[in-house]
Design a protein around this ligand. Structure first.
Ligand code: FPP
Length: 238
């Protein structure tokens, strides 16, 4: 599962995960409300997904809302929920109609009922697609995901291996992310995919998410291509 496909001189990551940070600062600089930043962020996210699938990426995970983000002011949260209500179907439909499965990862039961239904419908409509997927992390926290997996294992009374534990996570049947990108100048993982990130290459961009272009994604992939992934081995063993 870890092999990369080659496109020209580039190694294309199978799975890219993105921490889409900086929507708020991007909007503030333009004297606009944070919701304007999130709307533009959502449009950029869809553009990046289309570009990444065209390059040959098969799995994309986006951090749309963390469990901690749920403590944000009601007005901002309502803006994000309105994006799901008003735009989710149309935007994600555009990407998923090319045979991409959609999966909502996180404690989606914390969402307003109508938003939850929209995500569930999108999951049901795309469930038949295999080999390409978008994971939308909403009400997501990696520690909570790990605790959930541990509880599921205890219920089954299983002795765990790393592989069997991985299958209890939201990303159960998917390869781990090869490349994790964070925009917005911060250099941390913020409780995102902590188990799955064990051997991911990390890439940090100073750009705010709404201005992270397709070309910026190409640059991240070029940088990824130049890195040697040893998975704990020596250069000679590769
Ligand atoms: C972090 O930037 C971004 C978020 C909390 C929301 C990200 C959401 C989207 C890009 C689109 C929405 C997608 C769905 C499915 C609803 P920030 O607001 O923390 O920015 P800041 O650090 O500049 O304040």
């Amino acid at each position: 599962m870890r092999e990369n496909t080659i496109k020209g001189e580039l190694k294309i990551p199978q799975h890219i995960a993105i921490i889409m940070d900086g929507n708020g600062r991007w909007a503030k600089k333009r004297l606009m409300p944070r919701s304007f930043g999130h709307k533009n962020g959502m449009e950029r996210m869809i553009g990046l997904m289309e570009h990444a699938f065209e390059l040959g990426v098969n799995y994309i995970t986006v951090y749309a809302l963390s469990t901690e983000n749920l403590k944000r002011p009601k007005e901002e949260l309502d803006g994000l929920f309105d994006l799901i209500r008003n735009h989710f179907k149309q935007y994600f439909g555009r990407v998923c109609e090319r045979g991409v499965q959609l999966r909502a990862i996180g404690d989606v039961s914390l969402l307003p009922e109508d938003c939850l239904q929209i995500l569930k419908e999108a999951e049901a409509e795309t469930a038949q697609y295999k080999g390409k997927a978008i994971n939308v992390a909403v009400c997501y926290g990696a520690r909570a995901e790990i605790v959930r997996a541990a509880n599921r294992a205890m219920e089954k009374g299983e002795t765990l291996t790393e592989e069997s534990f991985s299958r209890l996570l939201y990303t159960e049947d998917q390869p781990d992310p090869d490349l994790i990108i964070r925009t917005g100048k911060e250099v941390r993982l913020s409780n995102f995919l902590l188990w799955q990130a064990a051997y991911a290459e990390l890439y940090f961009s100073d750009k705010m998410f709404p201005e992270f272009s397709d070309k910026d994604l190409d640059k991240a992939i070029e940088e990824y291509s130049r890195r040697t992934r040893r998975f704990g081995k020596t250069d000679e063993q590769l």
